[in-house]
Design a protein around this ligand. Sequence first.
Ligand SMILES: NC(=O)c1ccc[n+]([C@@H]2O[C@H](COP(=O)([O-])OP(=O)(O)OC[C@H]3O[C@@H](n4cnc5c(N)ncnc54)[C@H](OP(=O)(O)O)[C@@H]3O)[C@@H](O)[C@H]2O)c1
Length: 305
Amino acid sequence: METAEATKNPPLPKGRNMSDHKSVTVMGLGPMGRATARVLLEAGVDVTVWNRSPGKTEALAELGARPAATAAEAIAANDTILLSLIHYDAMYGVLEQGDLAGRTVVNLSSDSPANTAKGAGWVLDRGARFLTGAYMTQSDDIRHPASHLYVSGPRDLHESLRPLLELLCANEYLGADYGLAQLYYQAELAMFHAYLASLQQALAMIERSGGDIDTFVALSEDDAGSRRDFTRYFAGAAKQGGWDDLASLRMMHAGAQHVIDASEDAGVDAALTRTIQDYYQRALDASEKAGETVPVYRVFRGDAA
Ligand SMILES: NC(=O)c1ccc[n+]([C@@H]2O[C@H](COP(=O)([O-])OP(=O)(O)OC[C@H]3O[C@@H](n4cnc5c(N)ncnc54)[C@H](OP(=O)(O)O)[C@@H]3O)[C@@H](O)[C@H]2O)c1
């Protein structure tokens, strides 16, 4: 993985526990930045807020936040700066407007591990400390019991900030490598994206075929437990090179065709299932070529040819 090690962070200030700092800056006030600022304000933290475009600080000011007129003012206001921007590229234009030396930047934005490593290096070169945070949350309901903040970077820096960051939601520290929080977050998102898209296909199938959505929801209520069992089973298989039952690959390919037929008969777009079926086709083609079963896992790994 192309990520920077968290070794270049300036040392923490001696005799000063950063968790004592009940004052932070939040930059970027989309749904997640607003939720971050709101939860901190509710916890009694003094919060300075800034957003690139106007109109997003007023509601937070009514809750007690201090709006900063410029990015430079927001950066100067506190030692600890939480960023919640659309991607890491947006960070450069925002942070270059102020003096970062001696400050701590916690970037809560989503991006790839490689872009995160690049961003971490950029911040460290300006004499600041850096921590990666990735919100694995129920949308912007960061206080939901299932919400977590994945964190990576220097362990001592995280320990000093943990009391502050745990006001937001439960923290999962994943290691010194800055990219790790993003790696685990993006892997979970890969599953979540597919789940959300396929859920909408399923709901459209039910509705367009004259079924009842509430009955479908009741029938799928136990899916979570089943998904946990599949996750464990396939994770075990992945460690052995992947699930390699040829008859099952054929069955899954045929099963995908049934979903395609049921969808398209009802006028529902089945492109997602066609893509999934293609993975089984590629595994079957590779198996025939290799003279042994090639799991779909190896198609994803890119070593099936
Ligand atoms: N929403 C969720 O459920 C969720 C959950 C977990 C993680 N995340 C991640 O959290 C981060 C924030 O998400 P979000 O949903 O709050 O909103 P978002 O739409 O991803 O980001 C909006 C924020 O980014 C700012 N921004 C965009 N381009 C910029 C630029 N070039 N320079 C400066 N600021 C820029 C926007 O400023 P303007 O207002 O000026 O446009 C706004 O403050 C993202 O990385 C997202 O993937 C989101």
